[in-house]
Design a protein around this ligand. Structure first.
Ligand code: ARG
Length: 459
């Protein structure tokens, strides 16, 4: 491969230590795509003949088919995906000895990875939308269900279940935006940067960029503007891993809610058997393993992000072999995020909501204590005073062991004179929800708007 300068081959240990083909072979489709575009450019500028170009591309196609069919012989001796494909091609097509003209593995691998990232981020966007649709279906099938909203994991105020689920949709929608940014940032063609300083040969970088789809919205080629940055830069890898890590955090928080809700203590939902496991000892157990793993994988995704940040931190410009270690975390982040999103969609598709348990949990009149303070505010009582009075009423009800709405008029008036006989009207749950009408609030009118919004976005 670089034999000219060397008097002995790398040791077996060195080969084992330095090879990447065991993991970077998944770049093969992008490597072949990149080589075809590069060959087309070389022919375009006259550095190879049309016949040489045709032979190279035909050979690359045969190799691509062999790889797809699992018939290609990968050799760790040849280090990486780039060398494996080039060597196999050169054995069959003599003209392939010209393929690496004006190219280095440094700009080649940067190009392969950008092609990979564009596809990977796009596919995660699709999966985010699919998980979103599964969420919307649960919300739609349980439109009237109310649950307590929690702060500090204590029951706080009533919300529609759909409002809670739409909070998850907001999280996933922001993830979608982050992957869109990754697609955009990956969309610059490094080919032509060479090893570090470009080439003396008369190449046409814009031609290659166009052939590979590195173009802006108006079809104009986007080529990297500094050859050194082009081979040293791993920012978009890190942005991708970061978007995966944050999506992982969201999956984990969703999973945690589902784990709580499916416990006997809450009983709001039951998870599909297909995404749970039993206990080898306790026959009655049904464990929420899929959700627990969503929580666990979030740690792994954060680890991948950290690996990449640490990898690049102290590197001198430009390419250093350390950078080969960028691939396992990037690939793993993609694989695990993709799996996680599919699993979430599967869990949601089989989720059953127990409307009776939800109704029982939300029936506690204390959840409307804030509404009771608002009642006093409407009568002109300053909020701090109203808050104090209702707090005293809650304590009174607790001491008398009655629900808050069952205090006698005399008792409630003993905490504040502004309470009138109509005070119990506050505890009408439907009316209480209808009052929450402002943008972003959980009232029924807002909910209808949000259903329409998500239907439109996810259609
Ligand atoms: N397998 C290498 C990597 O992934 C390709 C680039 C090698 N470049 C070099 N100068 N050795 O980083």
């Amino acid at each position: 491969m670089w034999g000219g300068r060397f008097s002995e081959n790398p040791s077996a240990l060195m080969l084992k230590f330095s090879e990447s083909v065991t993991f970077d072979r998944r770049l093969a489709p992008f490597d072949i795509q990149g080589s075809k575009a590069h060959a087309a450019m070389l022919a375009h500028v006259g550095l190879i003949s049309k016949r040489e170009h045709d032979a190279i591309c035909a050979g690359l196609e045969v190799i691509g088919r062999e790889i797809d069919a699992g018939r290609f012989r990968w050799e760790t001796r040849l280090e990486d995906v780039h060398m494996n494909i080039e060597q196999a091609l050169t054995k069959r097509v003599p003209a392939a000895a010209k393929l690496h003209t004006a190219r280095s593995r440094n700009d080649q691998v940067a190009t392969d990875m950008r092609l990979f990232l564009k596809q990977a981020a796009g596919s995660l966007q699709t999966k985010l939308r699919a998980a979103g649709r599964a969420l919307l279906a649960v919300a739609g099938a349980n439109r009237d269900v109310l649950v307590p909203g929690y702060t500090h994991l204590q029951r706080a105020q009533p919300v529609f279940l759909a409002h809670h689920l739409f909070a998850w949709l907001e999280m996933l929608d922001r993830d979608h935006g982050r992957f869109a940014a990754v697609v955009d940032h990956a969309n610059w063609c490094p080919l032509g940067a060479g090893a570090v300083a470009g080439t003396t040969l008369p190449i046409d970088r814009e031609f290659t960029a166009k052939a590979l789809g590195f173009v802006d919205a108006r079809g104009r080629p986007r080529v990297t503007q500094n050859s050194m940055d082009a081979v040293a830069d791993r920012d978009v890898f890190i942005e991708f891993a970061s978007a995966c890590a944050l999506a992982g955090v969201h999956l984990s928080r969703i999973a945690e809610d589902l784990i709580l809700w499916s416990s006997a203590e809450f009983g709001f939902v039951s998870l599909p058997d297909a995404f749970c496991t039993g206990s080898s000892l306790m026959p009655q157990k049904k464990n929420p393993d899929a959700c627990e793993l969503l929580r666990g994988k979030a740690a792994r995704l954060q680890g991948n992000l950290h690996t990449l940040l640490a990898l690049v931190k102290g590197l001198p410009l430009t390419y250093n072999r350390d950078l080969q270690e960028d691939k396992p975390p990037v690939f793993d982040s993609f694989d695990q995020t993709a799996l996680g999103l599919d699993v979430l969609a599967g869990v949601l598709a089989g989720l059953r909501v127990d409307a009776r348990r939800c109704a029982a949990a939300v029936a506690d009149p204390a959840l409307l204590a804030t509404d009771l303070a608002d009642y006093l505010v409407r009568k002109g009582v300053p909020f701090r005073e109203a808050h104090h009075a209702v707090g005293a009423a809650v304590r009174l009800a607790e001491n008398e062991a009655v629900p808050l709405d069952r205090l006698t008029l005399g008792r409630i008036r003993s905490v504040h004179r502004a309470f009138d006989p109509d005070w119990t009207g506050v505890f009408n749950l439907r009316r209480a929800m209808a009052r929450r009408a402002g943008t972003g609030m959980p009232g029924p009118a807002q909910l209808r708007r949000q259903f329409a919004r998500w239907h439109k976005l996810l259609a």
